[in-house]
Ligand binder design. Structure first.
Ligand SMILES: [Fe+2]
Length: 181
């Protein structure tokens, strides 16, 4: 269940309240519960997955992919797995936490672990949204945002693409609020 953190330390915990703040940016947040099942649970529990295991995991979520193909024209999907022992993780985190935009929507469906998406609101205020397993988020093209891992530094998320080209970060150089630094 997502939580929205505001710079004044308030926390919003319902989709309704969160959508009231993020709606003006065009952010779409949905609850897509992760299915139950022994096979899937064992894949989700592994720190790392080899390519066949990643394919097996994605196969459990084909209905979601079909929905996005039909409704939004998405063409490809992959799985991103971040965990503390991943080589180069610190450098990746450094890139993710720099404010940026994309020319295409950034769609993530969190299937395990958690992370924080930060946003710059139209009034220039900043907020951070904690997303965890079962949260689907669409960060629309042009919305200024960043991403950070929470202390366990562990997340598995399905990424959906219409084209790889559209999903290159365009850095804005904006500093993060001290509340989130
Ligand atoms: Fe991004």
């Amino acid at each position: 269940m997502a939580i929205l953190y505001l710079t004044d330390k308030r926390q919003l915990t319902t989709y309704e309240e969160i959508t009231r703040v993020l709606g003006p940016l065009g952010v779409d947040l949905k609850s897509w519960p992760v299915p139950e099942g022994e096979g899937l649970r064992s894949l989700l529990g592994k720190a790392r997955l080899d390519p066949p295991e990643q394919e097996s995991l994605l196969a459990h979520f084909l209905d979601r992919f079909d929905y996005l193909k039909t409704t939004l024209g998405y063409q490809t999907q992959d799985l991103i797995v971040l965990e503390p022992d991943l080589p180069g993780l610190a450098a990746l985190e450094e890139k993710f936490r720099a404010c940026h935009t994309h020319d295409d929507d950034e769609i993530r469906y969190i299937v395990e672990g958690e992370g924080l998406f930060g946003f710059v609101l139209p009034n220039q205020d900043q907020v951070e949204l904690k997303v965890e397993a079962g949260d689907y988020i669409n960060v629309p093209r042009g919305a200024e945002h960043w991403f950070r891992l929470t202390p366990p530094r562990r997340i598995k998320a399905i990424r959906y693409f219409t084209s790889r080209e559209g999903w290159v970060p365009i850095y804005t150089g904006r500093a993060l609020s001290s509340a989130f630094a």
